[in-house]
Design a protein around this ligand. Structure first.
Ligand SMILES: [Zn+2]
Ligand SMILES: [Zn+2]
Length: 373
């Protein structure tokens, strides 16, 4: 779906949660499949509107969408799990759960249909240095998470016993009822949407099928990553309940500011102060580069502040290529301060010895002309 989510719902980017909800309800009613039987277009619109709402109703997902666009949800972070819009087919149950449970007062926050058995996606913020971004690194992240219970293999039932099909909903997890001209679906009250009931819950996980644990993961950070890069680790999110599939883990990278180097895309800028004498007479300076080495720069005599030198290929690597950006060294000529009496004397003598600053002399003679001096 390429259309902008805000546009789809017909709200502004600054719309409040309430405005978004109102717009969504109106559109969901309008394009509801029960009101538009056999209308493919309405069905598609209904799905799109639901998808957009799924993102925008969640403040974190909305923030991610505002920042990264739909790309933030590529490949499964979207609505409510594998039964969602990226999976095989479309599960009306999970969508109805959201609007209709709420509209008809059947309670909120309960797991929706069986699709919601998928574990949650997790987000992990990782800060790296510019040097790490330059060379690429393998980071170790510790994520508080839940994993499938080993005692019951994630089923939630005590070993030796098995979950039974729920007799109320016959395993569907949801119940249908006619209400006005809608067919309303609700979460089954017996099994809370699981479709199964457990006679003997596993004692390790209390029938949840998962236990809390801190996971340690290695994350491969490719050379050249930029601030704001998102790395998806498929299946490393929260474990699903009772054997459902796990969610994904998203690592959001930020690159710490470096005191010496400023990055601009693949190029890197560095300002190097040099003394007035060095700039006047010329000479070599040594500057650090991101590969940990030093580069030698030949400063010509009479170099001015702001003069730039380009070190080709000494910038950041470009991800998934063998190319590098460039490094720019800008020199900054320092005016001497804290002079001794002797130094002042020498400078006055130097000034008397002859004209050495053609640009400022040119400037002041123009000023004289202007004011008729
Ligand atoms: Zn267990
Ligand atoms: Zn049931």
């Amino acid at each position: 779906m390429s259309q902008d989510y805000y546009e789809l719902l017909g709200v502004s980017r600054t719309a409040s949660a309430d405005e978004i909800k109102k717009a969504f309800r109106k559109l969901a009613m309008q394009h509801h499949p029960d009101r538009n039987p056999d209308d493919k277009e309405a069905e598609k619109k209904f799905k799109d509107v639901n998808h957009a709402y799924d993102i925008l109703k969640d403040p974190e997902k909305r923030a991610a969408y505002d920042r990264y666009g739909a790309a933030a949800f590529e490949g499964g972070m979207g609505p409510g799990g594998p039964g969602g819009f990226n999976g095989q087919g479309f599960d009306f149950g999970s969508v109805f759960g959201d609007i209709f449970d709420e509209m008809f007062g059947a309670g909120r926050g309960r797991p929706g249909g069986r699709a919601d058995m998928r574990g949650q996606d997790l987000r992990f913020n990782l800060e790296i240095t510019l040097e790490q971004a330059y060379s690429g690194t393998e980071a170790t992240v510790r994520v508080p998470s839940s994993v499938a219970c080993e005692t019951c293999n994630g089923s939630g039932a005590e070993p030796g016993s098995k979950p039974q099909q729920c007799p109320t909903c016959h395993g569907r997890g949801r119940l249908r009822a006619q209400q006005g001209f809608f067919t309303v679906e609700r979460t089954c009250h017996t099994c809370h949407g699981a479709g199964q009931i457990i006679d003997k819950p596993c004692r390790t996980c209390a029938g949840q099928g998962r236990v809390r644990r801190e996971k340690t993961l290695k994350v491969n950070i490719p050379a050249g990553v930029e601030d704001g890069t998102r790395i998806r680790l498929s299946g490393e999110g929260e474990a699903g309940t009772r054997g459902g599939p796990p969610g994904d883990l998203y690592v959001f990278l930020s690159v710490r500011r470096n005191p010496l180097f400023e990055r601009e895309g693949a190029d890197v800028h560095c300002r190097v102060p040099i003394s007035m004498v060095q700039a006047t007479l010329g000479g070599h300076i040594e500057v650090p580069t991101l590969d940990g080495k030093m580069a030698r720069i030949n400063v010509p005599a009479g170099a001015q502040s702001g003069h730039q030198f380009r070190l080709r290929g000494k910038g950041m690597p470009i991800v998934r290529s063998t190319q590098h950006g460039d490094m720019y060294i800008e020199i900054m000529v320092e005016t001497p301060t804290n002079l001794t009496a002797k130094q002042k004397e020498l400078l006055k003598e130097f000034e008397k010895a002859g004209k050495t600053s053609p640009e400022s002399e040119g400037f002041f003679s123009k000023v004289k002309e202007m004011f008729g001096g």
